[in-house]
Design a protein around this ligand. Structure first.
Ligand code: FAD
Length: 309
């Protein structure tokens, strides 16, 4: 049997929410580990330019990740690699956190696992992932220099990343299923001003096709005319919404019917000593500022909870 590692607080996920919780809890002298299945930074690593984080006129996502990681480990919080598969509440109210690379035990747990991109669910999407289909402009945009790409979606992420791509690729075509964008006005303005961004309205992508090695075209369906057509493109960047990363916690009874975790305004779930922060919560605005606000509060609340035991 492998040893169980003991901490005051285990934080699951090292995005901005988890890293801020780690800063607050470790600064209150608690022993803290952040467990992440990937590189610390979470979705900030997939974000090009961030223009709405206080203190920075503009900052690249990966650079902000590095700065937050430095803050989060400054007071002794640790980072560990692993995918959390389950949380069990033990008889003494401590929590057992099971991962694919060992088990942890803690007095308090903060869930900060964020969300991930919804997939279109159309033929070709899975086959061409990494061969032209992407959910991350900052990671993959450079592969499409001099090419035409399609961005699917009309919200903040789609338009923000579309504008980023327009500075890297030859031409960006935004395919949106409605006739208006729902992105913030400032982003819409930028996209409409860009000379190499076009829009195809009231249209869905119904298939992604290629030669087996790379994407060559998308099959479009116009919701007004009910007609299908094909559109040549080298890349398809998909930004159509988010789903919570909560599969590991569904048995705890702390999620709503869509899987988002329900908390009170102190970030506490219905299980004593279990908190949730950031995008994984049922909330109105999923942004870095709201994630760090949640994280600070939960770090402090975890301290209060442990002090009360
Ligand atoms: P995340 O950043 O999603 O981090 C969650 C972490 O949990 C990840 O590192 C993941 O690996 C880990 N994890 C998940 N499941 C497990 C598990 N079972 N075990 C272990 N680890 C796990 N926000 C802004 O404020 N400004 C912007 O300009 C902006 N632009 C964006 C552009 C794009 C393209 C995207 C995708 C998002 C953007 N956002 C922006 C939103 C912002 O990135 C998120 O709101 C923020 O990252 C949420 O932080 P989080 O810590 O809650 O979750």
């Amino acid at each position: 049997m492998t040893d169980i590692k003991n901490y005051d607080v285990v934080i699951i996920g090292a995005g901005p929410a988890g890293m801020t919780a780690a800063t607050y809890a470790s600064r209150a002298d608690l022993s803290v580990v952040m467990i992440d299945q990937g590189v610390y930074g979470g979705q900030m690593n997939n974000t090009a330019e961030i223009e709405n984080y206080p203190g920075f006129e503009s900052v690249m996502g990966p650079d902000l990740s590095e700065k937050m990681y430095a803050s989060s480990t400054r007071f002794g919080a640790e980072y560990a690699f692993g995918t959390v598969q389950k949380i069990e509440v033990l008889d003494n109210q401590e929590k057992l956190i099971k991962t694919d690379s060992g088990d942890y035990q803690a007095k308090a747990v903060i869930i900060a696992t964020g969300s991930e991109h919804t997939h279109l669910g159309v033929p070709g999407e899975e086959d061409y992932q990494g061969k032209g289909v992407s959910y991350c402009a900052v990671c993959d945009g450079a592969f499409f220099k001099g090419e035409n790409v399609v961005v699917v979606g009309g919200g903040d992420s789609a338009i923000e990343e579309g504008v980023y791509l327009s500075n890297v690729v030859d031409r960006v075509t935004v395919v949106h299923r409605r006739d208006t964008l729902n992105a913030q006005p400032i982003l819409q303005e930028r996209a409409k001003k860009a000379k190499n961004i076009d829009f195809i309205w009231n249209t869905e992508v119904h298939a992604i096709k290629g030669n087996g090695d790379e994407v060559q075209e998308v099959e479009l369906y116009n919701r007004d005319t009910k007609e299908s057509s094909s559109f040549k493109t080298a890349g398809v960047f998909i930004y159509i919404g988010l789903k919570p990363n909560t599969e590991a916690f569904l048995d705890l009874g702390i999620t709503d019917d869509k899987g988002w975790i329900i908390t009170n305004d102190k970030m506490a779930t219905s299980l004593p000593g279990v908190y949730a922060v950031g995008d994984v919560r049922q909330k109105e605005l999923r942004q870095i500022t709201t994630a760090v606000g949640d994280g600070g509060l939960a770090g402090q609340e975890a301290y209060n909870y442990i002090a009360s035991l």
